[in-house]
Write a protein that binds this ligand. Structure first.
Ligand code: ZN
Length: 304
């Protein structure tokens, strides 16, 4: 748990913030193999990056950001400016915009915008604010009284995130996933929101880019270990993607030249690793295809 923001600013990130990294759950491979559906091109156990999933049409996704502060409205009180900067980072990264840090990736042709109309049809800024210490501490089923229809909006909550940098509760292809239910959400540590945030090396908004990858069906590049390097087995092992190199475990920092899985370069630049924000530059082509398949298959009402 993160406490004492002012103190933390003087002494650097609390240990848990760095140590916990991304807390999205890793389903056990044996469980995945037992229950995973095999009928989609982006199931839990395989990816089929068919041409229908290539990024052609631009897909635009509405987002509501729930800013949850403590009772005093101090810790967790992320500014509108930081939220807006976070949306800019998301679009730079998902569109691989030239001249931005995300230019090195593949253009997914997926865009995000703060909702302009709420579920009742009223105008909105797309930012909701709460001062509730219980919620701020990531306790209680706060989503039951706050979520906007998760079938039509990405619900991002910023609070203490239980001390992690962020998480999504499940991947949408998970057969146990409550896709479209109130708990279907993204959680981001408020100290990792936007550009420029207070805690390098997680200060340029890449935590949200990473969690959005999970929200759209991507595994960590190191999921299930090295997997198999060559096709077609690389579509059913490791992260179920062939154009991400085999990767045994998560990495921090931004050390060039490190290798994994028998001398293969670690994809330190991939958003689905856990390296420093400034190290990350893109998604791969097949990660983009898997995300577009996930949108069509598991989140069909989300994109406009
Ligand atoms: Zn993650």
């Amino acid at each position: 748990m993160i406490v004492g923001h002012a103190l933390a600013l003087l002494s650097g990130p609390p240990h848990a913030f760095e140590a916990n990294g991304c807390a999205a759950p890793e389903p056990a491979p044996s469980w995945v193999a037992k229950f995973a559906p095999t009928t989609s091109d982006c199931s839990m156990d395989s990816t089929v990056p068919g041409p229908q999933w290539l990024p052609t049409a631009v897909l635009r996704i509405p987002v509501v950001v729930h800013v949850v502060a403590d009772n005093a409205c101090v810790n967790g009180n992320v500014s509108d400016a930081l939220v807006h900067s976070q949306m800019a980072v998301l679009n730079e990264d998902f569109r691989a915009l030239a001249g931005t840090p995300g230019a090195g990736g593949v253009d997914s042709k997926i865009e995000f915008f703060l909702a302009t109309v709420d579920p009742s049809g009223n105008p909105t800024t797309g930012i909701q604010r709460y001062c509730n210490t219980t919620w701020y501490q990531d306790s209680g089923s706060y989503w039951l009284s706050s979520a906007w229809d998760p079938a039509r909006y990405v619900n991002i909550y910023t609070h203490s995130a239980g001390g992690s940098r962020g998480y999504v509760p499940f991947l949408p292809a998970d057969p146990s996933a409550a896709v479209g239910q109130p708990q279907d959400r993204m959680v981001i540590n408020w100290l990792a929101v936007g550009r420029v945030g207070p805690f390098p090396p997680y200060h340029t908004g890449r935590t949200v880019t990473h969690e959005m990858g999970h929200y759209l069906g991507l595994f960590h590049t190191y999921y299930a270990g090295c997997g198999t390097a060559s096709a077609p087995a690389c579509y059913t092992t490791g992260d179920r993607i062939c154009d991400t190199p085999p990767n045994a475990t998560s990495h921090k920092g931004c050390t060039a030249g490190i290798t994994s899985c028998g001398g293969v370069p670690v994809p330190i630049q991939n958003y689905m690793e856990l390296t420093d924000d400034t190290c990350m530059t893109g998604f791969t082509a097949e990660q983009v295809q898997r995300m577009r398949c996930t949108l069509a298959t598991y989140r069909p009402d989300l994109a406009q």
